[in-house]
Design a protein around this ligand. Structure first.
Ligand SMILES: [Zn+2]
Length: 373
């Protein structure tokens, strides 16, 4: 596999011979080669969205889509870098020059893969709005700026946003000196001025097994866990004037072995969407559980307050993103076409009209921030 930088304009300057040599090498090495690579260069945002959806990239399996984007962005003339954020998992960085503004989103999707399909109004398939349509829109927005002669723009596409933000955490160790970044998540084309934090945790209760006919001989972990969960459900969670209320989802419940055995172990996986500082939430939780079960914190993201810009509609979002993990890439903004209510569903989709509007908003916001300096 070829890694490292491709320098700008080699395709336009060197013509199809060099391009063909590279495609041939990729074919020989058994890498996926899309037919556009034979011709290279620009693709319509709908076409690019389609190509991206067609390459499955469930978290952990982002390699092929990264290779595709490396080739595509190289053919457009960017300096492109593949960065191995985790074994065989690559972030893509593409710069037209020294970037002042970076457009970024993620390469991975949630499972399962859903194939591409379209009608007059929508593009459907896994990643349509989270976030492959947004990758296409950001590339097109960067292209518009370059056509105007503006090269202080960069692109960053990371692995792992849907699980642990591994790609963003890795990229944050190597900031390119940009002053702003615009993270793409579906906000219905409105600038998110705040996002809820999140806390994922596991609670395990332990007991003692016994024959179910003699429950006094045992100690049921399941009953213990149910009591704890019931108390957690009744925690008074705070309400924020901008963000609304904190919420709690008990997403996984497991325990016991047989109906005729007192369970010696039970566990639950819980996710909070928080409008208060995560440490405060942890304190509430610990006071509620009072040592009756073990709490194992798995992952947390703080509440974010983001910038607003005149002339852009605003919103607040309940979900988290890579924004908190890219703080060394500059001041954050969060914007993208599509609805979060379609993301992670079996009918994931993006409106074509909104996608085109997204291109316009990304280029307008980037231009505005570049002018701010
Ligand atoms: Zn996303």
């Amino acid at each position: 596999m070829v890694t490292g930088y491709y320098f700008p304009n080699f395709h336009r300057d060197c013509g199809s011979m060099l391009q063909w040599e590279r495609v041939k090498t990729s074919v020989e090495k058994g890498e996926i080669v899309a037919c556009h690579q034979f011709g290279g260069d620009w693709m319509h945002v709908f076409e690019l969205t389609k190509r991206l959806i067609e390459i499955e990239s469930v978290t952990g399996n982002e390699k092929q889509v990264a290779l595709f984007l490396r080739d595509h962005l190289s053919s457009l003339g960017y300096g492109v870098k593949l960065e191995e954020a985790a074994p065989e998992r690559f972030n893509i960085e593409a710069f037209a020059g020294k970037p002042l503004v970076v457009l970024t989103t993620h390469l991975d999707t949630v499972p399962p893969f859903i194939p591409f399909r379209e009608d007059d109004r929508f593009i459907y398939g896994r990643g349509a709005c989270d976030a492959k349509g947004l990758i296409a829109a950001q590339i097109e927005a960067a292209e518009r700026l370059r056509q105007e002669g503006e090269n202080r723009i960069g692109l960053l596409f990371v692995v792992g946003e849907e699980r642990d933000s591994a790609g963003a955490l890795f990229a944050n160790q190597r900031p390119p000196g940009s002053r702003y970044f615009i993270d793409g998540e579906p906000t219905e084309n409105r600038l998110a001025v705040a996002s809820k934090g999140s806390l994922r945790l596991e609670i395990t209760a332990r007991g003692r097994s016994a024959h179910s006919a003699y429950p006094e001989q045992g100690d049921s972990a399941i009953l213990k866990l149910l009591d704890v969960l019931q108390d957690i459900r009744h925690i008074q969670l705070p309400v924020d004037p901008t963000l609304g209320s904190s919420t709690c989802n008990i997403g996984v419940l497991e325990g016991g072995m047989r109906p005729n055995v007192i369970a010696d172990q039970a566990r639950a996986e819980i996710m909070f969407r928080s409008v208060e500082p995560i440490d405060q939430l942890k304190r509430r939780l610990e006071e509620t559980v009072r040592g009756r079960a073990e709490i194992d914190y798995r992952f947390e993201v703080p509440v974010m307050r983001l910038g607003a810009v005149e002339g852009f509609e605003t919103t607040v979002v309940s979900y988290t993103s890579d924004v908190p993990f890219l703080d060394r890439w500059g001041q954050p903004f969060l914007l993208g076409p599509g609805s979060i209510l379609d993301a992670h569903t079996d009918h994931e989709r993006i409106s074509k009209k909104e996608l085109l509007k997204g291109v316009e908003l990304y280029s307008r916001l980037a231009r505005h921030l570049i002018n701010e300096g």
